[in-house]
Design a protein. Structure first.
Length: 301
């Protein structure tokens, strides 16, 4: 009994770290919480009285659970439709909580999660555990059933894919990000095409995710002119209300329609221009993602 109480106390102490590992591996805080809970069940059954490095051991337990979830996801292929986006962390504008700050450390923005989603499960695990959380390949190898040298190659392939994707870095000043995002919504509502072009990077990418039930509506749009036209169409949505929020620590918005959360939009802003926009408009996911920042009245309308 004493050992279980000790383990429970230490597990809670490391929970934020374990959620951060699982979130990077799975791209969903809900799935990450499921993985952490499953890791606790496994750890409590196995005991840890003879474990020297508890946090390292717990990290490997969570990683194994997450790897199984990734492999199962790939087999079901539920998330293979064009434009699928990982679940972002949504928080009140200017109020990222300390726990979320820890989870979002190392700039784990949506753009990085999108690239991580394109990796094979073993590549993703090797890269995340080694490059982000500094686990040695000798500990990673047994999880993926490879030698340490082969695990190193998995991480190297993942690293090349990520570096080749040229993930943009957002402006570190959130107030400057917010000013650009506010101007974007103002121009969209006003149908001001030229103002939108001035705010959008010429090579901007817009990803819109309407969910697996509507794969035909989930699209990736490239180029300032096409994105500006799409923004003007969205700006004409009757009764829409924009609520400023932070999406994975960067300026974003929840779009309310008829009192219900309709979409979550995340932006990457740098040098006064928008480089990427990620929009999730799958009703169930949007309600779940926005629950931490919306009251019951906003959720229910």
């Amino acid at each position: 009994m004493a050992e279980n109480e000790w383990l429970a106390e230490r597990f809670e102490h490391h929970r934020t770290h374990l959620r951060a590992v699982a979130y990077r591996l799975l791209g969903s805080l809900t799935e990450a919480d499921d993985a952490v809970q499953e890791a606790w069940l496994r750890a409590s059954r196995a005991g840890a009285s003879d474990v020297d490095n508890l946090v390292g051991w717990l990290t490997t337990v969570v990683a194994r659970v997450a790897l199984n979830m990734l492999r199962s996801r790939n087999m079901r292929r539920e998330q293979s439709y064009l434009g699928h986006l990982p679940d972002p962390l949504v928080s009140n504008d200017g109020e990222v909580q300390p726990e979320q700050e820890a989870i979002l450390a190392d700039s784990v923005g949506l753009a990085l999660l999108v690239v991580l989603d394109s990796l094979a499960p073993a590549e993703r695990l090797a890269f995340v555990l080694h490059d982000v959380f500094s686990l040695p390949f000798e500990e990673i190898a047994p999880m993926v059933g490879r030698t340490p040298a082969a695990a190193r190659q998995l991480a190297s392939r993942a690293r090349r894919r990520i570096e080749g994707s040229e993930i943009p870095s957002p402006d570190p000043d959130r107030s400057r990000q917010r000013a650009v995002v506010d101007a974007f919504f103002s121009a969209a509502r006003g149908g001001d095409f030229d103002a939108l072009l001035a705010l959008l990077d010429p090579e901007i990418v817009l990803r819109a995710d309407f969910g697996a039930k509507h794969p035909d509506r989930s699209v990736v749009i490239r180029g300032a002119s096409e994105v500006a036209r799409s923004a003007i169409m969205g700006g004409a949505l009757a009764g829409a209300r924009v609520i400023p929020v932070l999406v994975n620590g960067a300026a974003g918005a929840v779009i309310m329609v008829g009192g219900h959360p309709f979409a979550v939009m995340g932006f990457i802003v740098a040098d006064g221009r928008i480089l990427e926009i990620d929009a999730i408009a799958e009703p169930h996911r949007v309600r779940r993602i926005t629950a931490p920042v919306l009251g019951a009245s906003d959720q229910e309308g």
